[in-house]
Design a protein around this ligand. Structure first.
Ligand SMILES: [Zn+2]
Length: 467
């Protein structure tokens, strides 16, 4: 058995692995690279013939796990794409949105280059189009958690709850060879325990080899204070200054969690009844999926949805901005507004327009509620860069920059250890991926010290034989 590491190695986006096992060529995730220094990789041909892949298994529908699927299909891949039921619909929304953003950004860029008299670059054409994304949809097959799926007579895959976003899974691949069964587990992205809306991660059970994420491998979320407290303080403070609260948010999960918290804070009068704009057609569509798949939510949320028959993720001052016209209209509204818009790391989409307007206003707050990868506009702002480039122009950062940590869809160091040490026996091989080098190596050191396990932090395009 052989494992090829093809993304999210010593960085956090572009998750992709190729597993050769029992005559099968299995691709696990096919994510987009989103950090500026790695964007070029999205344009490279994959380091394998796309038509040689037998199955594509997806852990969950975040862009950095599914974002290159349409490109792979346009390059010749046409085999089943297997994932958990809600992830089929989520992936459709995520891929179509990505395609649309790329088409729009490419158009915008081409126009700007033309105006500036520059020659067009290859990145001025989209990575893939809406049509490419639509061609991927018929290949999707939705399965349930805990149901083993037979890939051939020797290999099965079981999807188990990862507690990260709606429908997110870790994969347990069992390979029968010479009367023995070996289990390889891909953690996907692992969530925190006791979060609103979704279930806790299922603890790891049995594995010979584990590939585990390490996004927050060097951090603890615990000392940050409650999310509600942090949100209430930042919003109240900004209301007094009279500016907007602009929140770059991931359309999947984070937006729904924020709506959940805002509704709660307004209802309990801990913040004034401010207009809350959800300015992202994608986040609006995803919120609808939470209603359709409420059986996948945790017990509290499931009960709320089923018994009240009214959506839990709605409150009177929540306004949905679907069209571009509705989005632009937000700019003319006076007073303090809370604006949730994507993308979450400010790499594209409508958030850039809101940032351009509010980042120079000392009364406004730009509030970050999620991980900001190196090389993204979000990271530059969080890092305190005095000036940032948006839409080809430089803008001085005068708004207040705030950050809330505990809201991460990723577990922290203790959560990751908690999940890993639940295994009946320690794995023989452990690989840490999906974390910047500092985070991955710090977690490797902690695991070596506490558990005495051999840990590898693989490099991009490294191949390892599984023992
Ligand atoms: Zn994720």
């Amino acid at each position: 058995m052989r494992l090829h590491f093809l993304g999210a190695n010593k960085q956090v986006t572009g998750s992709r692995y190729r597993l050769e096992a029992a005559g099968l060529n299995i691709l696990i995730d096919c994510g987009m690279f989103q950090e500026r220094p790695f964007l070029k990789r999205n344009w490279n041909d994959p380091p394998f013939p796309p038509e040689s892949i037998d199955f594509l298994l997806l852990t969950h529908a975040h862009l950095d796990h599914v974002g290159l699927v349409p490109r792979l299909v346009s390059q010749g891949f046409n085999k089943p794409i297997i994932t958990v039921e809600p992830s089929v619909d989520l992936a459709e929304i995520v891929m179509l949105d990505a395609a649309r953003i790329q088409e729009e950004d490419a158009q915008y860029k081409a126009k700007r280059h033309q105006k500036e008299g520059r020659r067009p670059k290859h990145t001025a054409s989209p990575l893939y189009t809406v049509n490419d994304a639509k061609k991927a949809l018929p290949l999707f097959r939705g399965v349930k958690f805990r149901e083993p799926v037979q890939l051939n007579d020797q290999v099965t895959v079981t999807f188990r709850e990862a507690g990260h976003i709606l429908g997110s899974a870790f994969l347990e691949i069992a390979v029968k060879q010479n009367n023995a069964t070996r289990r390889i587990v891909f953690s996907g992205d692992l969530g925190q325990w006791s979060t609103p809306l979704i279930n806790d991660p299922t603890p790891l059970d049995t594995a010979d080899c584990v590939v585990m994420e390490s996004t927050y491998g060097d951090r603890s979320h615990k000392d940050a204070g409650t999310i509600e407290e942090q949100l209430a303080n930042i919003i109240t403070d900004t209301t007094q200054r009279g500016g907007n609260v602009v929140i770059p948010t991931f359309a999947v999960e984070r937006a729904q969690e924020l709506i959940y918290y805002m509704g709660k804070l307004i209802e309990s009068q801990r913040i004034p009844t401010l207009p809350v704009y959800l300015d992202s057609p994608m986040a609006i569509n995803v919120t609808e999926l939470f209603h359709r798949y409420c059986r996948y939510l945790n017990e509290e949320s499931r009960c709320n949805f089923e018994q009240r028959q009214t959506p839990d993720l709605k409150f009177p001052s929540l306004r949905l901005a679907r069209t571009a016209k509705e989005s632009i209209a937000i700019n003319n509204i006076k007073g303090t507004n809370i604006i949730l818009s994507s993308s979450g790391m400010c790499t594209g989409g409508r958030i850039k327009h809101h940032l351009r307007r509010d980042i120079t206003n000392p009364n406004a707050t730009i509030l970050f509620v999620g991980y900001q990868a190196q090389g993204t506009l979000g990271r530059q702002i969080v890092n305190g860069d005095p000036e940032v480039r948006i839409h080809g122009r430089h803008w001085p950062v005068k708004a207040k920059i705030a950050q809330i940590f505990g809201m991460s869809a990723h577990g922290d160091r203790d959560d990751l250890l908690h999940w890993l040490t639940a295994a009946k026996q320690p794995p023989k091989q452990l690989f840490l991926t999906h974390g910047e080098e500092d985070a991955a190596t710090a977690l490797a050191a902690t695991i070596k010290e506490k558990l005495g396990l051999k840990v590898t932090v693989p490099d991009y395009e490294q191949t390892i034989d599984l023992t």
